[in-house]
Every structure is written in C-alpha cells, then in structure tokens.
Design a protein around this ligand. Structure first.
Ligand SMILES: Cc1cc2nc3c(=O)[nH]c(=O)nc-3n(C[C@H](O)[C@H](O)[C@H](O)COP(=O)(O)OP(=O)(O)OC[C@H]3O[C@@H](n4cnc5c(N)ncnc54)[C@H](O)[C@@H]3O)c2cc1C
Length: 443
C-alpha cells in the first residue's frame, strides 16, 4: 500500500465537510529543485503545527503532503480534544514508560493542550467550531470504575481541573445510560477536525511556511557529511533537517519505518441531526465522552446536532460500511435510552487510519543525523499531535533541545515485535471487543 491508495483526498462521506467553515484551497505540487532549512513530510496536525512554530523561529519550512491537507486522520477524526492518554493509560503509566521527568512533562503537555489549542484557534481565527464544554471518562462496569477512579485521582494530584461525578450526574450530562460514575475535565473540547486541519495549515502559511499538496515523498537519503535529500516523482529538495510526520499513512519512503507502528483502520458515522426535543436529554451541554470499551463507547454531537459513533473496521467484512452502520445502530440504541425505538437514520460514513505502538504513545526516531520521525499517534492525537508539533517546531528552531521533547527517543528505528501478526490481528479484532463488552449493556 502507498499513500496514494490509503488516503482519500475527496473527503466523500466525511460528515465534517458538511459544516466545515474553512476554505480548502488547492495547493500546487512541488516540481524541480528546492532547498529548505526544514522539510516536513505530511500536513496533518503534527506537520502543520511543527511548521508554524519553526517558521516563526525564522526557518525556511517546506511541508510536502502526498494527498491534500486534511485528507489524513487529522481532517477525518472524531474531533474529541481529550486531556488524557488513550483508554486506561494513566499518568503513572506514562511516567513509568518515560521516566519521571519526561513523563511529567508529557502529562503537563496533555493537560494544558486543549487551552493552548483554543488560543491558537482564537489567534488565527480558525473556523473549527472549537467548543470547550468538557470531556468525560465514564465507567461502564466495576472494573472500569476502579480504573477510572485511579486515573482521576492521578490527574487530580497533577493539578488538572477534574471532578468526580456519580452515576446520576453522568447520566444527566450524557443522556447515556448504565454508567456507574466517571470523571470530567471541563477543558476537554470538540472540534470540526477538517476545519481545524485546514485552519492550522492556513496559520502555518501565515507564518511563512510553504505547503505543497500532491507531493508524495518517495525517498530520503543522507550521505555522511552531506545534507539530507528528499525526493519525489518530480522534485528533489536539499534539507537542513527533515521531520517525517506521516503517522498511520507511513509508506515506503524509508523502508524500515513501517514496522515501527501498527496501522488501525477506523470508521465513523453520524446520524441525521437529532430533534431539539432529543437534544434536551442527549449531551444537553454539548460535552463529549469516551469510556473504556474498545468497541465504541463514546459520543458527541456536531454543530448541527448529528450524533457521532464509530469503531474499528473488520478487515474480513465484505461490506465494511454495512457492518459499521449495523454496529452503530445497535450501540446507539444501547447507550441512549431516549433513542430506543426511534428510527435512526445515518447521513455519513467514512474511514481513516491511526497508528498504534506497544505503549500507545508516539515515539521519536532519529533515522539519519538530520532526519527524524515522530509517529505512533492513536486515538488521542487531536490534542497530542499539534501540541507536540509546537514543541518540535521550537526544537528545530533552536529554542529547545532534544531532551525537552517528552517522548521516548531512539537512534534508528524502534521496531514492533511480531509486526505482521499484530497488524493482521488489528484488522480482525473488533468482533472480539464487541463480545467482551456485550455484558456491560443494560438494555
Ligand atoms: C476515524 C478516526 C477518528 C479519530 N478520532 C479521534 C478523536 O476523536 N480524538 C483524537 O484525539 N484522535 C482521534 N483520531 C486520531 C487522530 O486523528 C490522529 O492521531 C492525528 O490526526 C494524527 O495526526 P498526524 O498529523 O500525526 O497524522 P495525519 O493527520 O494522519 O497526517 C499524516 C499525513 O502524512 C501524509 N503522508 C503519508 N505518507 C506521505 C509521503 N510519503 N509523502 C507525503 N505525505 C505523506 C498523509 O497523506 C497524511 O496527510 C481519530 C482518527 C481516525 C482515523
């Protein structure tokens, strides 16, 4: 697979295109010879925010995007800006993976991330419907209750503005039934990700970065003592530094890189806008939530009241869309008592890829003396990727050192053991998650 057939540049079926307030200008492909202080491969949240900060520091920045801005995960995600790590990955676990100092820095970045993004959105007048009405992690059973309570306590001890909600308070906030309690961070937000992605690109350009679409990088070479050379079909760029920001869409630009993440194919769908009556009980305050069920226990509304649902695609399903919509129908019915027995109509279905690592955190790899990659963003990249991008921009701009980047860092690649098997399992595992979660629904 290559970027060309992984990335759907049309955005057909993506709900966010219906309400996106940002323009989507076509940017010309790069042709011929060029030079840059920093070449960034991939114009998602990570690439564009790195570009913005590095350009502010005075670097000549060139962003090369194989598809179009917003056509990767950044423009097609669920739009939850979550001040937490994936699932049950807790602040203490992160400190365990990264060491106390780096782990603490990453927690602080994640904790302060939604407010920082809100400032950027405001400063550049990004039309992404940024709405900061809080994110909840509710507990669907006793085991999850223990885990979420421990996670809540850890964030609280770090100074996050979190609060604990009992079962009744969770039900009132979500309009979803069956939860035993949960915690809330009022700084969590929802966005139109397509608007945010296009807006970030516009902001990076306003600071002087240059973005080329339809410019897939095919190889990167750095000979000893020489600058890195980045090549595509019709271009050749000499680069002071290179950042590979291709996440799950990483192809063969450096052959060893693909085995450092497991791509997971996800689907999302939206119902038609809910009636004003239903909106009084379902997410009445426009908060969003994600529980610990891996088979799709999350919810939010878009700006017009569409309810978002999703899950991971079943690779062997002949009709992935049919499979996804049937699951969404059942799951929405199980989650929201007010929707039981109501005719449910869906008005969008789309897919995209995230990248998973063995500790669910991205890592930084130094692949050649001046060539770095930061990939491995799973389902929490909406907050984490752009905020890390800002730090990376400061690193490339000379304002921060490598030690200031709160990620695991390796020279060379950090391959995932049994990569082929794990990748195959990732494409087929959804029915197992559904089976495991089935008992937690009280219908
Ligand atoms: C359906 C779905 C729902 C999600 N929901 C959420 C959510 O609600 N909250 C959350 O926090 N996270 C969510 N995520 C994850 C989040 O979207 C990602 O973690 C984040 O967007 C990653 O950003 P990125 O910039 O690293 O990668 P991407 O946005 O994927 O960008 C990578 C870019 O690299 C380009 N590229 C790849 N190879 C090349 C090449 N050789 N040359 C040039 N360009 C190349 C691609 O075209 C792509 O545009 C979701 C993801 C999906 C797919």
């Amino acid at each position: 697979m290559t970027t060309a057939n992984w990335v759907d540049t049309t955005m057909d079926g993506v709900a966010w295109a219906k309400t996106c307030g940002e323009d989507r200008p076509e940017r010309p492909a790069l042709e011929g010879e060029a030079e840059a202080d920093l070449v960034i491969v991939g114009a998602g949240f990570l690439g564009t925010m790195t570009a913005l900060r590095a350009a502010q520091a005075g670097l000549k920045v060139l962003v090369l995007e194989g598809g179009r801005v917003a056509s990767g995960a950044s423009g097609r995600n669920g739009g939850y800006v979550v001040p937490h790590f994936p699932g049950a990955v807790s602040p203490q676990m992160v400190e365990g993976y990264l060491g106390r100092e780096k782990g603490r820095k990453l927690c602080e970045l994640v904790m302060s991330g939604p407010n920082r993004l809100a400032e950027i959105v405001k400063h550049y007048r990004i039309r992404s419907d940024y709405l900061q009405n809080g994110w909840l992690q509710p507990a669907h059973d006793e085991v999850a209750l223990g885990k979420t309570r421990a996670i809540y306590e850890q964030w609280k001890s770090l100074g996050a503005p979190v609060s604990w909600l009992d079962a009744g308070e969770v039900a009132a906030e979500l309009g979803a039934g069956g939860y035993l309690g949960g915690w809330r961070n009022p700084e969590g937000a929802v966005i139109n990700p397509m608007g945010q992605s296009l807006g970030f690109a516009r902001a990076a350009e306003a600071e002087g970065a240059v973005i080329h679409e339809h410019s897939r990088v095919e190889s990167i070479v750095q000979d000893p003592g020489q600058k890195a050379v980045v090549r595509g079909e019709n271009f050749r760029v000499t680069a002071g530094k290179v950042l590979i920001a291709t996440n799950a869409y990483t192809d063969d630009l450096l052959p060893e890189l693909r085995k450092t993440v497991i791509p997971v194919r996800l689907w999302h769908t939206t119902t038609k806008p809910l009636s004003p009556e239903l909106r009084k009980t379902i997410l009445p305050n426009n908060a969003c939530f994600t529980d610990l069920r891996k088979s799709g226990g999350f919810g939010r509304l878009d700006i017009e009241g569409r309810l978002v649902s999703g899950g991971s695609c079943l690779g062997v399903a002949r009709d992935a869309k049919g499979y996804g919509l049937a699951h969404a129908r059942a799951r929405i019915n199980a989650l929201y008592p007010a929707l039981r027995g109501q005719p449910l109509e869906f008005d969008s279905y789309w897919e995209g890829y995230v990248a998973v690592t063995d500790n669910y955190l991205p890592h930084m790899q130094r692949l050649r003396p001046d060539v770095f990659s930061v990939i491995g963003f799973g389902t929490r990249g909406v907050n984490l990727a752009p905020n890390l991008g800002l730090l990376l921009g400061d690193f490339f701009g000379g304002k921060l050192g490598l030690a200031d980047i709160p990620l695991e860092q390796v020279d060379g690649v950090r391959k995932i053991a049994a990569h082929g098997i794990k990748s195959a399992v990732a494409q087929q595992i959804f029915p197992y998650y559904k089976f495991r979660d089935r008992k937690s629904f009280v219908v």
